[in-house]
Write a protein that binds this ligand. Structure first.
Ligand code: 13P
Length: 342
């Protein structure tokens, strides 16, 4: 492990208030999103869509790294240029999702355990040789009656930590993503309590597995009421609850917290990230950044509809979201930025 290189990569991933663009949906997830818009669910459609994203003009002004999926990292533009080359020519760092999905957890009804540790060392080496410099592993935690269980939290935390240690051994910065899902009727305070317990367990495991905190990125959920909870807090209340929760459990040595969007609308995700930076940036030990998938891509996907003629408009919508989130990283995003295209 080259400690200096890991720290440098972790830093450059959020330099100049830029953030990360997650485009690492597995084929089933990508196909599900395509199906909703009647876009053909083929390898060629997925390739064309990902080409649209990475060739967005000026993307690197707001995005420092993108997270790819195994199929995508091996793909090429229509003209034959590899996606990896397109990204490196644009000065964007390539990342790769390396877990193989959240599966039903034995003995724990309604709960999931993320798999992918078997053979991981060799897969990481291959991705590093291909040019990837960071990786992602996502664990999912569900809040419902009687869950999450300690068994689920501990097993996922240990897998995240073992993955992170293997990444650092290989020279890849691990994005550690324990996602407490938004689905459900739970309150904001329940989400805060569970998020705190999950993160405490994750950091205990990261410590036990000797992960270097300076060379990793945490990708958590924001602290929110459940999607179907009747009470929905204001943007500022969400920002306060999220930063308060994180400040209890995330060591200052971690350079960056890059949030997932988790199903929030694109505008709300930007507004909440903005409020966190507006209120806390000057005294926060970590950079508060973004690593959104849906909250960056969804408007563009809806415009594209699988049609070549819509590519340029879709790219403008994608760039607009990245710019809004770049502004949110500085606490200068506002609603007036919406509705003006790029
Ligand atoms: P969302 O922003 O759509 O939640 O996706 C982030 C991500 O990378 C999920 O693993």
């Amino acid at each position: 492990m080259n400690v200096q290189d890991l720290m440098e990569t972790a830093k450059s991933l959020v330099a100049n208030n830029k953030g990360l663009l997650a485009m690492d949906e597995s084929n089933p997830t990508c196909n599900r999103r395509f199906a909703k818009l009647s876009i053909p669910q083929t390898e060629e459609s997925r390739r064309a869509y990902r080409e649209l994203i990475i060739t967005t003009p000026s993307l690197s002004e707001y995005i420092s790294g993108v997270i790819l999926y195994d199929e995508t990292i091996r793909q090429h533009k229509k003209d034959g240029t590899s996606f990896i080359k397109v990204l490196s020519d644009a000065g964007i760092i390539t990342g790769i999702k390396v877990d193989i999905g959240a599966k039903d957890m034995a003995g724990h009804p309604r709960e999931k355990i993320t798999e992918g540790l078997d053979g991981l060392r060799d897969r990481l080496k291959e991705y590093f040789q291909m040019g990837a410099r960071f990786a992602k592993w996502r664990a999912v935690i569900t809040i419902a009656d009687g869950i999450p269980s300690r068994g689920c939290i501990e097993a996922n935390a240990q897998s995240l930590a073992r993955y992170a240690a293997l990444c650092q051994e290989t020279g890849l910065v691990p994005i550690v993503e324990p996602e407490v899902l938004m689905d459900g009727v739970h309150s904001l305070s329940q989400c805060s309590e569970i998020t705190e317990e999950v993160l405490r367990t994750v950091f205990n495991q990261l410590y036990t597995q000797r992960v270097m905190l300076e060379g990793m990125i945490l990708k958590p959920n924001m602290v929110l009421s459940g999607l179907t909870c009747s009470q929905q807090e204001s943007v500022d209340e969400v920002a306060d609850a999220t930063v308060n929760c994180l400040s209890r459990v995330v060591p200052a040595a971690v350079p960056t917290i890059a949030f997932l969007s988790g199903g929030q609308s694109a505008e709300l995700a930007s507004a909440r990230l903005n409020a966190m930076n507006f209120r806390f940036k000057s005294r926060s030990p970590w950079a508060l950044a973004f690593s959104f998938a849906r909250a960056i891509q969804q408007p563009a996907l809806e415009i594209w509809q699988g049609k070549e003629a819509n590519v340029s408009k879709a790219q403008q919508a994608l760039l607009h979201r990245t710019k809004c989130n770049w502004a949110a990283c500085q606490g200068v995003y506002n609603a007036a930025m919406e509705g003006v295209g790029t």
